[in-house]
Design a protein around this ligand. Structure first.
Ligand code: ATP
Ligand code: MG
Length: 278
């Protein structure tokens, strides 16, 4: 999940990768939110590369690559079209994940106006597909990082809220706000599903002709959580001006198609606060 946004990837294409694939050129994928570097291979192989520092203050990005590889493999085992992992490795300085390119166009890319509504429906169907996966069989828990942060805080510890940050906010201010939002709706039973964890428009790829789902990417934060986690980020992404090609009614349409036209606004606020604003 995003922590900070940086214009420049923190690393270059790892030297061992360049040596091993001399026929490939690596085209940077601009403006990624995780902070890892992302490149698309051009040449005889259709690959995506994500790379991050193996050590130092941003080493959590490398851990995120391993998390993504494990989750992609789990999804593929259940027939969900996550990217096939080709390589997960490190040379001690840089860690990297190489996956096979999935065909298709992301929900965030340009779509003709007359297809916008159907694209939003397909996005909601992708959420339904993930949320129908068996929670009991999911080995990943999305709730853990925030639970740890809140527990540390109540125990008087210094919370390191590593799951997200609002720029300019101290961890304690963010935790105060999270507590406020959480308790203002009263005690609620979480409605647990397998959440993508970062269900935004660029992370869902569709067949440009049929609009069939062809890929779910960026699955490093996938895990069991309340379904509002995904609904919060998906609707925020659909309301983002960068996705205005999908129309002003896109968030509502998504929710209607999903089957929860009026989600709990407190839970939406809570989960949006946990992620950096777009
Ligand atoms: N295997 C793949 N096949 C096709 N497209 C891919 C693949 N991997 C990544 N992409 C494309 O590259 C973009 C960036 O990759 P990814 O989302 O994994 O990086 P990120 O830095 O975690 O991004 P962010 O946090 O901004 O969502 C994706 O939105 C998708 O469009
Ligand atoms: Mg992404």
């Amino acid at each position: 999940m995003p922590i900070t946004r940086s214009a420049q990837p923190p690393v270059d294409v790892p030297a061992p990768i360049r040596r091993r694939h001399p026929a490939l050129t690596w085209e940077p994928v601009p403006i990624t939110g995780s902070g890892a570097g992302v490149w698309r291979a051009r040449g005889p192989a259709e690959l995506y590369l994500k790379a991050a520092p193996a050590t130092g203050p941003r080493a959590e990005l490398a851990a995120g690559l391993a998390a993504e590889a494990a989750r992609a493999s789990w999804l593929r085992g259940l027939g969900v079209p996550a990217a096939e992992v080709v390589e997960l490795d490190s040379d001690g300085v840089v860690s990297w994940l190489i996956s096979r390119e999935l065909p298709g166009r992301s929900v965030a890319e340009p779509w003709p106006e007359h297809r916008a509504a159907a694209v939003v429906d397909a996005f909601a169907d992708a959420a339904l597909l993930l949320h129908a996966l068996p929670v009991r069989e999911c080995p990943f828990d999305h709730r853990l990082p925030i639970a740890v942060a809140l527990t540390e805080r109540s125990a008087g510890g210094l919370a390191d809220l590593s799951v997200g940050a609002v720029p300019g906010w101290s961890p304690s201010r963010l935790l105060d706000e999270l507590d406020r939002v959480r308790t203002s709706s009263g005690p609620v039973e979480p409605d647990l599903v397998v959440c993508h964890g970062d269900l935004c428009c660029p992370n869902v790829l569709l067949d440009p002709e049929t609009l069939d789902l062809v890929g779910i990417v960026d699955v490093g934060a996938l895990g069991v959580d309340d379904r509002h986690q995904d609904l919060a980020l998906a609707t925020r992404s659909l309301a983002d001006p960068r996705n205005r090609h999908l129309g002003p009614g896109a968030p509502d349409r998504f929710l209607r198609r999903y089957g929860i036209p009026e989600p709990d606004p407190h839970r939406l606020s809570f989960f949006r606060l946990l992620d950096e604003p777009v």
